[in-house]
Design a protein around this ligand. Structure first.
Ligand SMILES: CC(C)(COP(=O)(O)OP(=O)(O)OC[C@H]1O[C@@H](n2cnc3c(N)ncnc32)[C@H](O)[C@@H]1OP(=O)(O)O)[C@@H](O)C(=O)NCCC(=O)NCCS
Length: 114
């Protein structure tokens, strides 16, 4: 469990579960007024670094199929689609599964390194 905070309150958090050979991102959010400032990237990269330290090189997650913003965020950070789970949320909404190989750089091949 990882939290980001400003001077007064928590503005983002992430919960990742670590297994023997992979990790799973269970919950993840940044407060709406603080999004698109790099906070989500910092949280996720911190958890990915922890996974690598533990010898874990794969991260899995699910998100709502309609959540285009989060999907673009994960793609930017090197996650790739790994299938779909029908009616995963409340028996109604599909989930998209995404996965990242932590041995591969998150920078897309068409994008110059920063
Ligand atoms: C997904 C979420 C955690 C991302 O956090 P964030 O702090 O806004 O993300 P960052 O600022 O670190 O974004 C890093 C990059 O990801 C991409 N990105 C992030 N949000 C995006 C969006 N809504 N649309 C398109 N690209 C996006 C951008 O390339 C961004 O870099 P840029 O702002 O320099 O262009 C946040 O949008 C959120 O809390 N959403 C609601 C809850 C949610 O959907 N959680 C995930 C459920 S699985």
């Amino acid at each position: 469990m990882l939290a980001a905070r400003d001077r007064r309150r928590v503005i983002g958090f992430a919960i990742m579960e670590f297994y023997a050979i992979h990790a799973h991102l269970n919950l993840f959010a940044v407060q709406p007024g603080y999004q698109r400032q790099g906070i989500g990237r910092q949280l996720l990269e911190w958890l990915e670094a922890s996974a690598r330290t533990a010898g874990i090189f794969k991260v899995n997650l699910e998100l709502r199929a309609t959540n285009d913003g989060a999907r673009l965020f994960y793609e930017k950070l090197g996650y790739r689609s790994a299938g779909r789970k029908a009616a995963y949320y409340d028996g109604r909404e599909d989930a998209v599964r995404m996965s990242r190989d932590l041995t591969v750089s998150s920078t897309s091949p068409t994008e110059p390194p920063q």
